[in-house]
Design a protein. Structure first.
Length: 421
């Protein structure tokens, strides 16, 4: 029986695995490394976070993004965005150097069993572990507005469903949303010859400012310090003190999780949108239906004025909603044991352990407990070290697994995989 099974091989899963291996835990890691970064983002996109705030985490801090860029002859500089393709390649490089061999099979089911958990892979193999770290990223939590859910995928897709946008060349596309995903998607569409508009609920689009210089007078740094989520003391608290954030009252955490770092575009995409993309701000989709050649959208303005438009395709860049009921790979029995916060996300303790002993959660799904940093790569460092510490504490309080009986009288036992160098 393994000590720990890590499900997911994105920034959080790989970081957890690196810390767990360094701690001497007997572990397995499942998932296609950096899958959503490789498969669910169109080429031409950039990482919104600063390069220095986009590191995966190993205990020694050796395998950071700057080291990868230096090795590859790339630039990792403050206020210079990194291409998504380069970041995905960095994640693969990190996995080769800092993580035990990753099993790229998908885990389709996790259930509790005596002494721990049973995970079933896509080809039917059962793997047993005393603890599980679920780092499934954002894809299970895709959120599409109710008014659009009944339409065929040929007419409506989520922004995360596209690795390329070529199919929309020469077409008319409406992007729903006012955040970075919506605005950068719209810019890429316009630049390839798509007629594109952005429809946003807010009365005006919001744009992040160019970050202040890295080196500046001390009094400017004191007034507005740099942080992994942007300048300012509030962002510094969210990004650098997630453990203290968790001590805030639940209503305060919920308000911040809902309102902090709201929809906004990066400074470097603003000109690309404003010169080429039609923007319908202050509009919300009230109804949608299929019509010959595409979709009809009935919208309502903030003032109550109705409007109708027709488009060939709708891309909903409407984010993700991490809820317990969307953790579909958990067995219904296991999922039913999870305590949930008022927003539907699972409650987690100080070490990212869920209400089911031995089941740990990481990433976006913990943002309501530990704050906005969990929505970004930057949160992986705090999560990895804290979660692995919690796993070790949990293992000290539960029986040693060793060997697990399986049907037919045989047994399976876990053996550690070496870290590849």
């Amino acid at each position: 029986m393994y000590d720990l099974l890590v499900v997911g091989a994105g920034p959080y899963g790989l970081s957890i695995a690196s810390h767990a291996a360094a701690a001497g835990l007997n572990l397995r890691v499942f998932g296609r490394p950096m899958a959503s970064w490789r498969d669910n983002m169109p080429s031409g996109m950039f990482l919104k976070s600063e390069p220095w705030a986009s590191n995966l985490s190993d205990p020694a801090g050796r395998w950071h993004l700057g080291a990868y860029c230096a090795e590859q002859g790339l630039t990792a500089r403050h206020a210079k965005p990194i291409p998504v393709e380069a970041f995905a390649a960095y994640g693969l490089w990190f996995a080769r150097h800092a993580v035990p061999a990753v099993d790229e099979r998908t885990v389709t089911r996790v259930a509790s069993c005596p002494g721990g958990f049973t995970a079933v892979t896509e080809d039917g193999e059962e793997v047993h572990a005393r603890a599980v770290a679920l780092a499934v990223g954002v894809m299970p939590f895709v959120e599409v507005p109710p008014t659009l859910r009944g339409l065929h995928p040929a007419l409506v897709t989520h922004s995360s469903h596209h690795s390329e946008l070529d199919r929309f060349r020469g077409k008319d596309v409406t992007v729903i949303g006012g955040g970075q995903a919506a605005l950068e998607t719209a810019a890429l569409l316009a630049e390839q010859g798509t007629r594109v508009r952005v429809l946003a609920r807010a009365e005006r689009l919001c744009w992040n400012d160019v970050p202040p210089p890295w080196e500046r007078p001390w009094w400017q740094s004191l007034r507005s310090p740099h942080s992994g989520l942007g300048p300012g003391w509030r962002n510094w608290f969210y990004s650098e003190r997630p453990g203290l954030f968790r001590r805030l009252s639940e209503p305060t955490r919920a308000r911040i999780a809902t309102t902090a770092l709201g929809p906004a575009g990066a400074w470097w995409v603003r000109d690309r949108v404003e010169r080429a993309v039609e923007v319908l701000a202050g509009h919300e989709v009230a109804a949608a239906c299929a019509v010959p050649g595409g979709v009809r959208l009935d919208t309502v303005s903030r003032g109550g004025t109705p409007c109708t438009l027709e488009t060939q395709h709708v891309i909903a860049a409407t984010g993700f909603r991490p809820r317990c009921d969307r953790l579909g790979l958990l067995s219904s029995e296991l999922r039913g044991t999870l305590a949930a916060l008022p927003d539907g996300s699972p409650a987690v303790g100080r070490d990212f352990e869920s209400s089911h002993p031995g089941l740990f959660l990481a990433g976006l799904v913990t943002a309501s407990g530990f704050g906005p940093a969990m929505r970004f790569v930057h949160g992986a460092t705090f999560t990895a070290s804290t979660l692995v510490r919690g796993v070790r504490r949990r293992l000290r309080t539960t029986p040693t697994g060793g060997t697990v009986p399986v049907p037919g009288g045989s047994s399976r036992s876990g053996s550690p995989s070496p870290v590849r160098r």
